[in-house]
Design a binder for this molecule. Structure first.
Ligand code: NAG
Length: 135
């Protein structure tokens, strides 16, 4: 409750937090977003983060192309691309000797034929499909 904003004791607080951090057994990895909905072949950025403060290694398990974009002391941002079907990428961590993992759910939808037609055109496309005229 007590606000510590702008207090000069911040470095001290940080030091305390470091000391008070529970053992690795309490560390949890989390994944963001937990759900993604994207066109087939699309890409998504996934942030794996952890409460682990010691000897952390973080990774992301996926069958898709994976790039590590950025990372911080306890998180890593990945981009998955060319996602072909529904899948569940998994963030995992080793925190000391303890492992944990968290998964997300990716749902892909089919983009209609025709390059250059963005998803925004879907509605128009569907209308076109209903018309009896076929060329
Ligand atoms: C990833 O998540 C962590 C923890 O929530 C956050 O501190 C960090 O800024 C995030 N990174 C990006 C690039 O969003």
């Amino acid at each position: 409750m007590a606000s510590t904003r702008a207090k000069p004791t911040l470095p001290l607080l940080l030091a305390l937090v470091t000391v008070v951090i529970p053992g690795p057994g309490d560390a949890q990895v989390s994944i963001h977003p937990r759900e993604a909905f994207l066109p087939q072949g699309g890409s998504v950025q996934v942030n794996c983060s952890s409460s682990c403060k010691e000897d952390l290694s973080l990774g992301l398990e996926t069958q898709w192309l994976k790039d590590e974009l950025e990372s911080g002391p306890n998180w890593k941002l990945f981009e998955l691309s060319e996602i072909g079907e529904d899948s569940s990428p998994l963030c995992f961590e080793n925190c000391g000797t303890v492992q944990s993992s968290a998964s997300a759910t990716i749902t892909v939808y089919c983009e209609w034929q025709g390059q250059g037609l963005g998803a925004g055109r879907l509605a128009g496309h569907m209308t076109a499909l209903k018309s009896p005229t076929v060329t």
